[in-house]
Ligand binder design. Structure first.
Ligand code: CA
Ligand code: CA
Ligand code: CA
Length: 153
């Protein structure tokens, strides 16, 4: 839960595993949420990481998609809308993602737990301009591509 649209209220960005999409819900500030915006993905979007991955000062999201074994990055536009961006290949049956600055360079990175192979895929964020560097952790690897599997809204 973070303020994605910069209006001072906490918003939600959630993965909908059985409807194959993600939803942005703008917080009103009184515990309720405004109309949601959905973004389609391949089957089984599982979890969401949050960080400013392209360094523009606006929060972005990174969504694990289990069926295609990728992370789909959505860049925030600052008004509550998102632009579909990078697609990062990860390991077998990826489920959970965490975002943090793992190498201490000030830029948010991504780590994904791959339940099918008992591995972790670590992707280091080398920006600006945005560029993902793949690291191998516990036998897993990752590849970086554009528009490989997920679809725009
Ligand atoms: Ca907000
Ligand atoms: Ca951003
Ligand atoms: Ca980093």
């Amino acid at each position: 839960m973070r303020d994605f649209d910069g209006d001072g209220t906490q918003d939600l960005f959630v993965a909908n595993m059985t409807s194959n999409d993600v939803s942005f819900l703008p917080g009103i500030g009184d515990g309720t949420f405004g109309d949601h915006q959905n973004y389609s993905l391949d089957p089984f979007p599982y979890s969401v990481g949050v960080g400013d991955y392209n360094g523009d000062g606006i929060l972005d999201t990174a969504v694990v998609v289990e069926s295609t074994e990728v992370v789909a990055v959505f860049f925030g536009n600052g008004d509550g809308s998102f632009t579909y961006g990078d697609v990062l290949s990860v390991g077998s049956m990826p489920h959970f993602i965490v975002s943090g600055d793992f190498n201490g360079d000030g830029r948010p990175d991504l780590a994904v737990a791959n339940s099918g192979s008992s591995t972790i895929s670590l992707m280091l964020n080398d920006t600006p301009p945005i560029r993902w560097l793949c690291a191998r952790v516990h036998g897993s690897s990752c590849n970086v591509g554009q528009g490989q599997s997920a679809s725009s809204p």
